[in-house]
Design a protein around this ligand. Structure first.
Ligand SMILES: Nc1nc2c(ncn2[C@@H]2O[C@H](COP(=O)(O)O[C@H]3[C@@H](O)[C@H](n4cnc5c(=O)[nH]c(N)nc54)O[C@@H]3COP(=O)(O)O)[C@@H](O)[C@H]2O)c(=O)[nH]1
Length: 736
């Protein structure tokens, strides 16, 4: 990230360009002024000195020349007069004439200062010499030579011959430089004053100029600071026409570009932010949806197992501190599998949605219902006081489904088996409470559907028993003599002739316990063990039939129950064909009893499989007819030979008009479709009468014969008149 622009604090602010330029200019001006001043002073001093020197030399030369005759003639008054003539000269401080032997002849003092003593060596041999005496005085010494012509006393001019070089005398002249210095000083002063004025003016002008020069830079600097602080709406006005104006324009262009870039950047940023926000929203929604999906059952919208378990665990944590009791109700829909199988999954799904809605409506605020999958629903009831209250909840749920549900043209009586566990009585953790409620539900189902039951510790034993049955069945499969068949005759209603024997499986454990198929067949179906067990039954039944055939016993057919998982198992047709072939049983002697659920679960493939079985030549009976929900259109398409009326209708046919009507309708419908009809579970003569009136073809039931061993049936078949013939033969017709 860029550092914010921070101008120098005032205290440490360095010198600005204007100050620097001003300082430079002022220094230059001052230096120049000083240099010029020094030069002027030196020049002026020199000029003054030179002038004084020239003046002194001129005066001393003039004295030397003028003094030739007076010295020659030793005319002191003349010399004195000559010196007196110097009085007007302000620079002369002292003047004197000396004789050739350096003796002072005449002197004149013009100032108070004492003249300097001249040593003989100081005198020049010829001409003029000068020297500075210190202070303000300059001394000139000149030799006075003898004149080349001297005046004649008569005509005033006489020649005395060529003068020799011996001096006539000497002149000493002392000049004071005070006046010259004063004048020079006064000149310097004036010059200095002028220079100061000019310098000051120069400084002022320079400063003003510098300021004016630097102003655009200041403007630029201020604008740059504003830009650095993010204010890009700057307009830089540079009034000059030089490079700074170019710089200003370039800067303005840069600021404009920067502004445009920033505007674009802001636009992108806003766009990006919008996108990020919308993506974030989408992500949040997707996450919430995913979370919701992860917690919900998609079909009903109810919480799923994971969510329910989490909520139960939360409630259990709360229970630990509050002590409130919590109930778990495990609901299993009675006969849902049959509805699903016979009417298809779509109808089953619609029913489950309907149930979910109804369950929601039946619950108290704060209670929770979840679907664990299939037809299992679980309820969490918080803050329950006692078992009576929980019973009330269970009853309310059962009552909510008293009215049949109308679906796909069918009316369903929905019933639940409910198992209940309560915290802390039946467990303190979610896993145990759910397991115990499940066990209670199974117990409730076993006790008769449509009720509820609380968990009791003995249910664990039951669960163990179920497990034992499963393990025992696995063992029994390999153990000869444990799984055995009994046979129950099916006879003609008219005459009692035996037409078939239904093979019914019995399990006798090595300990001698006989376990009913009603108990172990459902467990075998749930665990898939029914497939190998069913094959064993099929093969044993074929073996028995083969033996009876070999014995020449008059048995047209043998009937074998086929469970849904068996019918749907791979290569079921091959299994049947192999059994027939292995025991040399003609196919038309084998009857397979299939329930409606087997046939209508996946109607088309079931019809194909049935067609394949029919091709083998076996007979097919539709077992428990009337209890499922198979459609009549399928009934007409099914390649069946026989319809078995369920025991429940037969039982009620004597005292229930509806049941009687159903029985008659089934018989009429089956005959119309050219199917024979067998009624199962016939226990009374009255039922026989009703079945005869309905036109039923065959009957099966305890009244005629109970399921019996192979040996017993062999004996039964061998008898001259079977009990059934005795009951239904011509002689018996009178009482029927
Ligand atoms: N898949 C297979 N299912 C089988 C096999 N063996 C039997 N089962 C099925 O088990 C259920 C119970 O059978 P079971 O206890 O043998 O009962 C059968 C008869 O004993 C009973 N029955 C016959 N007549 C009467 C009667 O007059 N009253 C009365 N209360 N019960 C009677 O009915 C059962 C036969 O029913 P169904 O099969 O519908 O004809 C039962 O569902 C058997 O199907 C097997 O090997 N495989």
């Amino acid at each position: 990230m860029a550092k914010p622009y921070l101008p120098f604090p005032l205290a440490v602010r360095p010198m600005g360009i204007a100050a620097k330029l001003s300082l430079l200019a002022v220094s230059t001006i001052l230096l120049t002024a000083v240099a010029i001043g020094v030069a002027v002073i030196r020049t002026q001093s020199k000029l003054a000195f030179d002038a004084l020197k020239g003046h002194g030399e001129a005066v001393v030369s003039m004295l030397a020349q003028s003094g030739e005759f007076p010295l020659y003639s030793a005319n002191r008054p003349a010399l004195t007069q000559m010196l007196g003539g110097l009085a007007d000269n302000k620079d002369i401080a002292y003047a004197a004439f000396y004789g050739a032997d350096h003796t002072l002849l005449v002197e004149r003092r013009f100032r108070s200062s004492a003249p300097a003593r001249v040593k003989p060596a100081d005198w020049p041999a010829r001409g003029v010499s000068h020297r500075s005496l210190g202070g303000d005085q300059l001394e000139f010494l000149a030799v006075v030579k003898p004149p080349a012509r001297v005046p004649d006393e008569d005509d005033g001019e006489a020649f005395v011959g060529a003068p020799d070089d011996a001096p006539l005398g000497y002149v000493q002249l002392t000049l004071s430089s005070a006046r010259a210095k004063g004048e020079a000083l006064s000149f310097i002063n004036e010059t200095a004053r002028f220079a100061i004025v000019v310098t000051a003016l120069a400084i002022v002008l320079t400063t003003l100029f510098t300021r004016r020069l630097v102003q655009p830079l200041r403007d630029l600097s201020r604008a740059a600071r504003e830009v650095a602080e993010g204010r890009l709406g700057q307009t830089v006005q540079i009034s000059s026409t030089d490079e700074l104006a170019d710089l200003g324009r370039a800067f303005q262009h840069m600021v404009d570009s920067l502004g445009a870039s920033r505007a674009r950047l802001l636009e992108y940023q806003n766009l990006l932010e919008d996108r990020v926000q919308s993506r974030t929203r989408e992500l949040e929604q997707a996450t919430a949806q995913a979370l919701d999906l992860a917690q919900r059952d998609t079909l009903t919208g109810l919480p799923n197992r994971a969510h329910f378990t989490a909520m139960l665990e939360q409630a259990l944590v709360a229970h630990a501190s509050s002590g409130e009791r919590i109930a778990v109700l495990f609901l299993d829909l009675d006969l849902f599998k049959r509805i699903n199988d016979t009417l298809g999954h779509q109808t089953g799904d619609t029913l489950l949605q309907h149930i979910a809605e109804a369950l929601r409506g039946a619950l108290r605020d704060g209670d929770l219902v979840a679907r664990f999958g299939g037809d299992e629903f679980v309820i969490l009831a918080r803050d329950v006081r006692n078992t009576e209250q929980v019973s009330g909840i269970a009853r309310r749920i059962l009552n909510a489904f008293l009215t049949p549900v109308e679906l796909a043209g069918h009316s369903f009586k929905v019933g639940f088996s409910i198992g209940i566990s309560i915290c802390p009585d039946h467990g303190n953790d979610a896993a145990n409470l759910l397991k115990n409620a499940d066990l209670a539900m199974y117990a409730s189902k076993e006790a008769g559907r449509g009720g509820y039951r609380f968990y009791t510790p003995d249910l664990n034993q039951r669960a163990m028993d179920r497990l034992n049955i499963e393990n025992g069945l696995r063992r029994a499969l390999d153990n000869e003599g444990e799984l055995i068949l009994e046979y129950q005759p099916q006879v003609e209603l008219n005459g009692g002739r035996m037409v078939s024997a239904e093979a019914l499986l019995r399990w006798k454990t090595p300990e001698g316990t006989v376990i009913s198929p009603g108990r172990f067949i459902p467990i075998a179906e749930e665990t898939g063990l029914i497939v190998p067990i069913g094959e064993k039954v099929l093969r044993n039944a074929c073996a028995t039939l083969a033996r009876w055939r070999a014995a020449g016993l008059p048995l047209p057919r043998i009937a074998v129950n086929i469970a849904a998982p068996q019918f749907e198992s791979r290569n079921f047709g091959d299994t049947v064909a192999r059994a027939l072939a292995d025991y040399n049983v003609p196919p038309d002697r084998l009857e397979l009893e299939l329930t409606e659920s087997v046939i209508v679960r996946d109607a088309e493939s079931a019809l194909r499989e049935m067609a394949r079985l029919k091709e083998l030549g076996v007979s097919i009976a539709l077992d428990d007819f009337g209890t499922g929900y198979s459609s009549l259109s399928y009934l007409s398409r099914m390649p069946i030979d026989l319809v078995k009326i369920d025991r429940a209708f037969v039982m009620r046919s004597t005292d229930d008009d509806n049941a009687r009507t159903i029985v008659r309708s089934i018989v009429a419908l089956s005959h119309a479709l050219r199917h024979k009809v067998v009624a199962e579970g016939v226990e009374t003569r009255a039922q026989l009468t009703q079945l005869r009136r309905a036109g039923c073809d065959y009957v099966q039931g305890f009244l005629l014969a109970r399921p019996m061993s192979e040996a017993a049936l062999t004996a039964w078949l061998s008898s001259e008149v079977t009990p059934a013939e005795a009951l239904l033969g011509d002689k018996a017709n009178e009482w029927i």
